[in-house]
Design a protein around this ligand. Structure first.
Ligand code: KIV
Length: 272
């Protein structure tokens, strides 16, 4: 895909709001490093999320809880260096915003100042509204994240769809409104019934970005390793595999090993 001159301009938060108003879907993917971010940026992705999913898909942890601020700054910096077009959003990892507001502000600021992100994302609804408000007040845009929030894995008892019962659905509606009222510029809806996500999307003026939340969200986000078939550990129902990159990588590595063993690599063209 070749981008037109105007499409090459950096995506901004007002752009995302305008896209929602026009009914234009927002495409979001995660990236954690320079080469992946460069490829998706050149392909025209609207937003790159440096997710704390880096802990699961890159570091091999069982969940996102061990990811640190220093790790998020490192990965965000790599992504921000290669993203010329996309808006870069960085996740605030577990324990970077829960302790107190001053620490939340300092850590949000680090992701912007040291990481080069344009916005930060944090998980939770009503109970993090004050945290969102205080970060937004220092002009750092915040993306909310409600529903199946991976940092709450122990409370949820695993990665389960949220909001199936009426009381839980009403709580999620209240959470979405609290996040929007606190000044968030967008909100991720993860692992909730499609009908509920459609209702939240219709009621909010900020864009909703769905993951396992049906087609009526204003945009969609998936983890890059999942859509490319790079994560063979598990495959949730909401993931569509758009390519089998593991197969291609394995083939390349098999060929390399074979050529080294048989002595056909390096050939004269690779030697001095
Ligand atoms: O960490 C992450 O990658 C995320 C998305 C999957 C929404 O939060």
């Amino acid at each position: 895909m070749t981008l037109s001159k105007s499409a090459k301009k950096r995506r901004t938060i007002p752009d995302l709001l305008a896209m929602k108003a026009k009914g234009e879907k927002i495409a979001v993917l995660t990236a954690y490093d320079y080469p992946f971010a460069r490829i998706m940026d050149q392909a025209g992705i609207d937003v790159i999320l440096v997710g704390d999913s880096v802990g699961s898909v890159v570091a091999g942890y069982d969940n996102t809880l061990p990811v640190t601020m220093d790790e998020m700054v490192y990965h965000t910096r790599a992504v921000a260096r290669s993203a010329a077009h996309a808006l870069v959003v960085a996740d605030m990892p577990f324990m970077s915003y829960q302790v107190d507001l001053a620490e939340a502000r300092r850590n949000a600021g680090r992701l912007i100042k040291e990481g080069g992100a344009h916005a930060v994302k944090l998980e939770g609804g009503v109970h993090v509204a004050e945290t969102i408000r205080t970060i937004v007040a220092m002009d750092v845009p915040v993306v909310g994240h409600i529903g199946l929030t991976p940092q709450s894995v122990h409370r949820m008892g695993g990665y389960r769809v949220q909001g199936r019962e009426e009381a839980q659905a009403n709580q999620l509606l209240a959470d979405a409104k609290a996040v929007a009222d606190a000044g968030a510029c967008a909100i991720v809806l993860e692992g909730i019934p499609a009908k509920l996500a459609g209702r939240i999307s219709a009621e909010l003026t900020i864009p909703t970005i769905g993951i396992g939340a049906g087609v009526d969200c204003d945009g969609q986000v998936l983890v890059i390793h999942d859509i490319l078939g790079l994560c063979e550990k598990y495959s949730p129902k909401f993931v569509k595999r758009f390519a089998d990159v593991s197969g291609t990588i394995r083939q390349g590595i098999d060929d390399y090993i074979r050529e080294v063993k048989e002595g056909s690599f390096p050939g004269p063209e690779h030697s001095f």
